[in-house]
Design a protein around this ligand. Structure first.
Ligand SMILES: NC(=O)c1ccc[n+]([C@@H]2O[C@H](COP(=O)([O-])OP(=O)(O)OC[C@H]3O[C@@H](n4cnc5c(N)ncnc54)[C@H](O)[C@@H]3O)[C@@H](O)[C@H]2O)c1
Length: 307
């Protein structure tokens, strides 16, 4: 019998900058396992970092090889922008100076502005014009703006900043409080910047009630919590300060949870979501009108054909 012929799309090229760092290390493995784009999309990873980190990148490459991941069709390790940024389909920009204990995000601004200015030019020069970009390095929203300003040939709507970690942290707090699965909670919103001035908002959040696979309706999260003081004080404070709490405990900023949120963000953006729920991007029209990057709610969409 003839073997069944299946069409396999060519691998997508995903750049991770700062790939020798904490987040990069977790993220490279998650992507190789299909956590970002699912079990049928093959990937070639471009792992980019500073020249002094090339040995570390070689180690990461060896470990990726040792994972024997079926979806991983190649690994490029480099500190050369022409090689790292060339022909990429997706870019996850983690390469930045991290926030250390006691440091506020504003302190990072000056140090990281220079990096994102440079990398904007690399994207503009070497990447595919359709490249979709997620900025992770903090202050992420500001860096996304600097990046887009320096990549004039790439559409503004292709630039996003990571807030999904804050969204996931909010979900987790509510899920623990209500002792329910986080997947049943919808419409959590994070307003503002990715910093401790953000506003986690449970006002519109609902819980879906399913029994034996049947949808029975929804209930507002706030009425289920039945403790407005907790929602207004402890919930908001915990989510706002979670990054600092992780740094205080680990002496390093969040890494695996950030990598997990990066995969969630990219998957929902590129593949769409099965139901309508809130995710946060910055949108072309908003950007055009007011010219800055902030967190914004968009609704999920189904079956976008990006591959
Ligand atoms: N938006 C979010 O939700 C979120 C969450 C967690 C961490 N972060 C941020 O993500 C960034 C990375 O975090 P991490 O824990 O992986 O940090 P890390 O210090 O472990 O790694 C950063 C890596 O970036 C590299 N790097 C520095 N300058 C570079 C440049 N110009 N080009 C390429 N690479 C460069 C470093 O060599 C290092 O390997 C930090 O800015 C951190 O604050 C954001």
């Amino acid at each position: 019998m003839e073997p069944i012929q299946t069409t396999v799309a060519s691998p997508v090229r995903i750049l991770i900058t700062g790939a020798a760092g904490n987040i990069g290390y977790s993220l490279a493995f998650m992507i190789s396992q299909g956590r970002m784009f699912g079990p049928s999309i093959q990937v070639i990873l471009h792992l980019f970092d500073l020249p002094q980190m090339e040995d570390t990148l070689k180690g990461v490459q060896m470990e990726l090889t040792d994972g024997a991941f079926e979806l991983l069709k190649g690994v490029v390790i480099t500190s050369d922008p022409a090689e790292g940024f060339r022909d990429i389909d997706y870019a996850v920009l983690c390469g930045a100076k991290p926030r250390l204990q006691g440091m506020e995000r504003k302190d990072l601004l000056t140090a990281n502005a220079k990096i994102f200015k440079e990398q904007g030019k690399y994207l503009d020069t070497y990447a595919k014009k359709t490249v979709k970009i997620l900025v992770v390095g903090n202050p992420a929203n500001t860096n996304a703006l600097i990046l887009s300003k320096n990549s004039p040939s790439i559409h503004k709507e292709n630039f996003t900043a990571l807030t999904r970690l804050d969204h996931n942290r909010a979900l987790a707090q509510l899920s623990e409080k209500l002792k329910i699965e986080s997947r049943n909670i919808r419409n959590i919103t994070i307003w503002g910047n990715h910093s401790n001035t953000q506003y986690p908002d449970a006002d519109y959040a609902i819980v879906e009630n399913h029994k034996a696979g049947r949808f029975l309706g929804t209930m507002p999260v706030k009425s289920l919590v039945a403790d407005d003081n907790w929602v207004q004080e402890e919930f908001i404070r915990t989510v706002q300060q979670r990054g600092s709490a992780v740094i205080a405990a680990r002496k390093l900023s969040s890494a695996a949870s950030a990598a997990n949120a990066i995969c969630d963000h990219m998957r929902d953006w590129i593949l769409g979501t099965s139901e309508v729920f809130f995710i946060k991007f910055f949108l072309k029209n908003i950007y055009k009108k007011i010219g800055f990057v902030f967190i914004f709610i968009v609704f999920g969409f189904n079956n976008l054909k990006h591959f």
